[in-house]
Write a new protein. Sequence first.
Length: 476
Amino acid sequence: MDELFGYLPPVANPPSKTPLLTLLKQARAFGLGLVLATQNPVDLDYKALSNAGTWFIGRLQTERDKLRVLEGLEGAALGGSFDKGRTEQILAGLGQRVFYMHSVYDNEPVIFNTRWAMSYLAGPLTKDQIAKLPEQYITSDRLTVESHISQPDSAASITQRDLSTKPVLPPAIKQVFLPEKTRARGKLIYKPAVLGVADAVYNSEKHMITATKSYTILTRFNDGPVTLDWNQSRIIDTELGDIETTPIEGALFSDYPAAAADAKNYDTWKKLLSQYIRTNLTLKLYSSPKLKLVSQYDEDERDFLIRVQHTAHERRDAALEAMKKKYSSKMQTLDNSIIRARQAVEKQNVMASQKKMDAMVSTGSAILGALLGRKTISATSVSRLGTAVSRTSKAMKSGQSIDQAEERLKALEVQQETLQTELEQQLKDISYEYESVKDVIETVNIRATSTNITVHLLGLAWVPYEKGELTDTILI
């Protein structure tokens, strides 16, 4: 059925709607062949059309048409896989004579091209006209071949040759010319591409940075269903002020795809460029989490590593000095205690020696007095003997005090060695910690928001090539 519009509306219920709905349901259930066509995809009952198993979709003119068709495809694919975003991108990029086929019997949609088709709509043929068809077909075919041989520069072959003048496009389409970086020795030919010039502001409060980067992005046209894909673009080293508005005299022009002549496509490509910058062109920074340092937007990795090492050495020295200062008071206290302990040992040794001498003298005097005196032991002899015994006892106690003092001194010296070992280990740990800082460098990617992306130019760019016998050489 050619032109379904009016026979299957979404709201009204004309007499044709019920039998059409029945045919669609039977087609889905039993495989009945049914072909429906329309050029008005908006005012159709897509709930009924969701019964269709195969859809052929050509170039859609308005966003409303695309939304309605996407809605219908989504309903037809209910229960199966349907990538709405990808399908929308494909439909937006369909060129002339390019069709999208969606089938419930295939896992993936199919994109295909058709040749030019002409229909004169002459009306029903009579029997006499039908009888003459073979003869007309043979004659027409022979004339077509002769025409191609005798007229190689006909309108049909225009896409196979280069143009000597700048193509005429709608005024809304900006045409620019990229300058030559290398002078062409032979013939110069311009080839079409899409150029975008944009600024992106990257802002991060966390990393305390605000930076602006300018991009000049060039992408070529594709032969497939998606005419233009920014993911296949490249950034070129050409500033906005270097872009020219007039071609080099005598240059040739390569043919351009039909999509390049539609001004509406450039609005879509401009939005897609902004999305591409937001998603793919991030501001790459380097970060040292330990030192809490972040590189500047124009600082490369090597310069940042040098700054990290310098900062790490400064902070390491400060940390070592602080640790030494922390242990200094403890070490000083221990040193003073050890000095006093040594003095106490020396004092106890002197006192013990004196007491031993006194005890020996007292004991000797008592014994001599007892032996050389009268036979009867006098009170004086007894007193001297008691004094000798007392001094001997004190001398023994002094020896015990010396042992205690020496033990205390040894304990303090062990404590000093332990504290010194602990300090040395702390200093080693600090040195290792800051030496390994340079090995822990992270990458930080900051994205620009949509409101911070400004597209200054988006248009059809003519890229200079040097024409060769086999291949052409790009000159930018």
